[in-house]
Design a protein around this ligand. Structure first.
Ligand code: LLP
Length: 474
């Protein structure tokens, strides 16, 4: 059974497959509930990347993150090509690796021509080890340590200065002779809050003035004057990121104007910036009611707005345009498979179906009240006869993955799949209740590779030390 088939029987897990008649490669993955390669095989099992999900669970255990290489590559290509198509100047798409930083994801992004946005020494080292060219690594963060800045500078990354503390640390390091190559100036971009609000969860808004990130726009003039006096720092451009999981295009349209004005002000202070980074933020489809713009639409809006803003500002030559999506690059490319264990029926009230993971592998429902979709991977054509609440295994009443999910009748041993878990799931996973973090596999054309090993109980004990005086008493 293939994806493009018109599906009448919506009362089944098949409803989650794309009903689009478009060929796979022209669909915008962030508008899909499942990875592009999702299909149902003759056993009525869900397949991703040509691999039967139930077989994967048998082989690798659960919970299991299953990442579809084709979707991740298609998304990266769509971003790259759309920016090329709509922007007459130079462009560079960066992958915001906070969404999922691991070697394989960074390596695929880099192989597709993307750069990487990093926010810690750990993310820098991951990107470098994955083979990402440091010319394309941009280092963010509102509280970078001096050691982290030094690592980024000596590796040849660009530093996004978020505040005065960053600028002072950079100036001092430069004074001490820290550089990528002797005599080379440190590449610095300036992040500011453009005062643009968008509709999303409060925790993931960043464009408003009251934000911990970036310079207040009123301080930019002083920042530019300061930078102009630093012979070892080269201000290469400006950056702003307004938030995440955004479905409107207008905030990004408005951002172009605000950022171009700041760019002009930097030039007015004698700087020679050449790059503008408009951040990430495009939303993805977690449920049927989510309707994000396509990657192409988003890119067109951003590029057109940037060209117009430059034209309106005394025909400013087009800067190199960067963006740094995270969620919309990797989010829709991955699903998480769980095995059902306990079932608790409270007559007339609710049925809880408990799975072998939960808030430790997907903290988004408990953190942001995010809503996800679930399907029974081993019963894809069965009718959805039950309304159940899918609960995690943690000692926390709020550890609920999905409330009131429509599923076929399920019992222990059935395999459930939660969709669109590629972004901010593994990267925010924890060991709450001393639960090891799951494995992740990469699937492509029926082949599977482990990209993150499953943690063991021994791993969890690895950092514990028992002072001798507390040692086991016989
Ligand atoms: N650039 C900067 C400077 C950012 O802070 C972020 C996300 C991005 C790019 C990527 O944004 P995206 O394209 O993924 O929307 N943990 C939250 C999301 C936090 C986003 C943090 N910054 C969640 O699970 O919804």
């Amino acid at each position: 059974m293939v994806l493009t088939q018109s599906i009448e029987k919506v009362e089944s897990g098949l409803q989650y497959l794309s009903k689009s008649q478009e060929p796979r490669e022209s669909r915008s993955p962030n508008q899909e509930l499942l990875p592009l390669t999702a299909s149902v095989n003759s056993k009525n099992h869900l397949e991703i990347g040509g691999c039967d999900v139930t077989d994967l669970v048998e082989q690798f255990g659960s919970p299991l993150y299953i990442l579809d290489e084709e979707t991740l590559r298609a998304t990266s290509r769509q971003y790259r090509e759309a920016f090329k198509r709509y922007y007459p100047g130079e462009t560079q798409v960066l992958y915001a690796s906070k969404a999922w930083s691991c070697l394989a994801v960074c390596a695929i992004a880099a192989d597709e021509g993307l750069g990487i946005d990093v926010v810690s020494a750990g993310e820098i080292k991951t990107a470098l080890k994955a083979g990402v060219n440091p010319d394309k690594i941009y280092f963010h963060g509102n509280n970078k340590s001096r050691e982290e800045i030094k690592l980024a500078v000596t590796s040849g990354c660009t530093i996004i200065a978020d505040n005065w503390w960053d600028l002072e640390n950079l100036a001092e390091l430069a004074k001490l002779g820290v550089s990528h190559k002797a005599g080379e100036r440190i590449r610095v971009m300036v992040r500011f809050t453009p005062g643009i609000e968008c509709h999303t969860h409060d925790y993931i808004k960043t464009g408003q003035i009251d934000s911990k990130f970036g310079f207040d726009p009123n301080s930019l003039k002083d920042v530019f004057i300061y930078l102009n006096k630093q012979p070892s720092l080269s201000c290469v451009g400006l950056h702003a990121h307004i938030g995440s999981q955004i479905f409107e295009v207008k905030p990004h349209h408005d951002l172009a104007d605000a950022i171009v004005k700041a760019f002009k002000a930097a030039i007015g202070q004698g700087l020679k910036p050449t790059e503008i980074n408009i951040g990430g933020g495009l939303g993805i489809r977690y449920t049927e009611s989510d309707d994000p713009p396509s990657i192409d639409d988003w890119a067109k809006t951003v590029c057109d707005a940037m060209v117009a803003a430059c034209n309106n500002n005394e025909k400013l030559p087009l800067p190199k345009l960067l963006c740094e999506p995270g969620r919309s690059l990797v989010g829709s490319a991955c699903v998480t498979a769980y095995t059902v264990g306990a079932k608790k029926v409270i007559p007339g009230i609710r049925t809880y179906l408990s799975v072998d993971g939960g808030m430790s592998d997907n903290p988004r429902p408990i953190t942001y009240q995010s809503v996800y979709r679930v399907l029974a991977a081993n019963k894809m054509s069965a009718e959805l006869t039950e309304t159940v609440t899918v609960a995690g295994k943690h000692c926390e009443s709020g550890d609920i993955l999905i409330k009131d999910a429509k599923l076929p009748e399920c019992q222990s041993g059935d395999i459930l799949v939660v969709t669109a878990t590629g972004a901010y799931n593994y990267s925010m996973a924890s060991n709450y209740n001393r639960v090891p973090r799951p494995a992740a596999v990469l699937v492509k054309d029926g082949k599977v590779d482990t990209i993150v090993e499953r943690e063991t109980d021994e791993d969890l004990l690895r950092f514990d030390r028992l002072p001798e005086r507390l040692g086991t008493k016989k």
